[in-house]
Design a protein around this ligand. Sequence first.
Ligand code: IMP
Length: 445
Amino acid sequence: MYVDVLVGLQWGDEGKGKVVHVLAQEYDIVARFQGGPNAGHTIFPDASDQPLILHHIPSGIVHPHTIAFLGAGMVIDPIILREELRRLEERGIPWQNRIIIDARAHLILPTHRLLDRLSEQAKGARRIGSTLRGIGPVHMDKTGRNGLPIGIAHTRDFHNQYAYLRDKHLRLAKAIHPEAFAQTQANHPGIDPAEEQQWFAAIHDLLDSIQIVNGPYWLDTHLNRHQHRILVEGAQGTLLDNLFGTYPYVTSSRTLATAVCAELGIHFRMIRHVYGVAKAYVTRVGEGPFPTECALPDQEWLREKGGEYGSTTGRPRRCGWLDLVALRYAVMLNAVHGLFLTKIDVLSGRESLPLAIAYQHKTSGKQSREFPVHLQEWLPIYEECPGWDRLFVAPQTLHPSVRQYIQRIEEATGVPVLALSTGPEKEAWMPLRELASLPAQSGIF
Ligand code: IMP
């Protein structure tokens, strides 16, 4: 019937998993359109305080009535996906007949991961800080027309195509970093046979238990014949977009809401609302410019209070103040209708909070309200917003300084804040506006 899109507006880790967990009960299908096991969406699906971390599977899977759709634009590591299914089982979340994959989604080979690791090592100080999940190399093969879409695994030629690509990767790995490659060859020539066997076994299990479909037809049938509602869940974030993010310190896929149609194979007229998720401050994992990154001790204060450690790699996240210039850029790029602001509780306990409202060029002194292409040449200009000691002064009554912080975000971005996430649990949620009151994207709803 319609498609709503939810994307991250910063460098990922905005808390999209939690927001999808809250929203997904209103949808029949939750879909991913890009990314792969580099994503790590943390949710608390039950009364236990044990988090469930999902990498490929959209967070909506925790609602028993939703179907999870893994779209054509995704890249899939079969070993990690099979492990995710096992973890769902462990948590008592049934997944059989509820996970669908577009046959066009590309497979990550063990040698893609090897290439990722060696090329990061070879780059030295210029490394991206990738998650080492093979994301860059699999996209190189995809755009270079050498990749293996998962649908090929059904065909007789699959093993030959795999072997051809694996051998090419091994030659490439040797050329990229001969010394590091030689070390990987100490115990066996080529790729570890046990890992290769595990990879094929995982694909075999997935093909046995998951429906692989011709995505655009499947989606068309569900949208138009069954009148289903779809929530599309973005991974990574706007500033990690391969083109409009902080290149080259970005991921290899297109993360913007405008990529949803191209990567899922649906028509843009199906899109109703675009929701953006932003953290009340900013974090970044990996390398790359981050103008509002704060110094010690604020850096540690935010990291410890916010539990800012990567859910995929465990790396400590870099922390900084909210950047309204970047947020306005992200709202513009994604045509966002409204925002979900997460982790606002983390900011409690400070006298004032800096908000970046413009940029100044390091050498010319020129000021600008545009998010710069060469971010490393610019410094943020801050205004101070009064802080708060607690979020609520009475039940459901926000502290006036919290309201002022929200108002400043709304003024700068031109869109409403729809709800606040005030803690990791699903219940820590404060709606501020009716979602249904938003204007629709294309005017046909
Ligand atoms: P890749 O996607 O693994 O190639 O990593 C490229 C950059 O994106 C690195 O800085 C990663 O830390 C970052 N990145 C990738 N996926 C995520 C994510 O889900 N959250 C936050 N950062 C991510």
